[in-house]
Design a protein around this ligand. Structure first.
Ligand code: HBI
Ligand code: FE
Length: 294
């Protein structure tokens, strides 16, 4: 059985031959086939039904303000026009996963590299590399928000530095548990802002409503030390207070924190520690069942 979650693994190797020095390609929007637009529509309609009341207000507002429609794969030129006016970001097309340095360099310059291709109909719920649905539907709405937009740029800058310092895995976990799988407290409940959740039908329900996963207050050092799953739903979601918590993360110097975290033990994806601020203690039932299946 294919894992039910849509995921793209950072561990997966990017294609070996760059199409250009910065890995960008032409989106060639005119060349998408009717079948490809139809795949977009299936995914778009499914998520549009699920996200009201589940995605955070910032995500919904971003989506509304963008030229993203059900019937067709968005044209990156039109997305970039809207983004540029709102937060100074652009969307550029890439073939799929790109090398870390290339990815960071784009983000540091407020360019979001989005997969040009769309998944095949038999891969609706699972794929290894980020495609146009995950990247555009999942990531681009939050880039309309000024704080989130700055946070993403800071991640690009921080990524280049983390690489030099040999702490990229620690930084990548912060990205994973915020940008990809983050939850936020809002209107007396929890809401989705992470793109990996927002672009996955099964995980957008699982992350909020299933009794299995842990939901813990976000803590930077704790997250830097926590491994994550790339092939299934997360066992733990970390919850921020509001978008301004990302602003604080974008501003603080990670240098001294990397030094503290270096050499300290790491945590498994499902661990709950005595020091954690627990919002929901998960039953772990989902992943326990998956382990028995193997
Ligand atoms: N490339 N296209 C693309 N999308 C990603 O999310 C991505 C990538 N390359 C590297 C990468 N992510 C991660 O390894 C870093 O965020 C750590
Ligand atoms: Fe992503």
């Amino acid at each position: 059985m294919a894992p039910p979650a849509e995921k793209h693994g950072f561990a997966a190797g990017a294609a070996a031959r760059p199409p250009s020095p910065d890995w960008t390609i032409d989106q060639a929007w005119e060349r998408y086939t009717p079948q490809e637009h139809a795949t977009w529509k299936v995914l778009y309609e499914r998520q549009s039904r699920l996200l009201p009341g589940r995605a955070c207000n910032e995500f919904i507002a971003g989506m509304r303000a963008l030229p993203i429609e059900a019937d067709r794969i968005p044209d990156f030129r039109r997305l970039s026009d809207a983004l540029m006016k709102a937060t100074g970001w652009q969307v550029v097309a890439v073939p799929g996963l790109v090398p870390d340095e290339v990815f960071f360099e784009h983000l540091a310059n407020r360019r979001f590299p989005a997969g040009q291709f769309i998944r095949r109909p038999e891969q609706l719920d699972y794929l290894e590399e980020p495609d146009v649905f995950h990247d555009v539907f999942g990531h681009v709405p939050m880039l309309m928000h000024p704080v989130f937009a700055d946070y993403m740029q800071a991640y690009g800058e921080g990524g280049l530095r983390a690489q030099r310092l040999g702490v990229l895995p620690q930084l990548a976990r912060v990205y994973w548990y915020t940008v990809e799988f983050g939850l936020v407290e809002q209107d007396g409940g929890l809401r989705i802002y992470g793109s990996g959740i927002a672009s996955s039908s099964a995980e957008s329900v699982f992350a909020l409503e299933d009794p299995s996963p842990n939901r813990l207050r976000f803590d930077l050092e704790r997250v830097m030390r926590t491994r994550y799953r790339i092939d299934d739903f997360q066992e733990t979601y970390f919850v921020i207070r509001d978008m301004d918590e990302l602003l604080e993360l974008a501003r603080i110097d990670f240098g001294p924190i990397y030094e503290r975290v270096r050499g300290q033990p790491e945590f498994e994806p499902g661990d709950v520690l005595p020091t954690d601020r627990v919002i929901t203690r998960g039953t772990g039932a989902y992943h326990a069942a998956r382990r028995r299946e193997r």
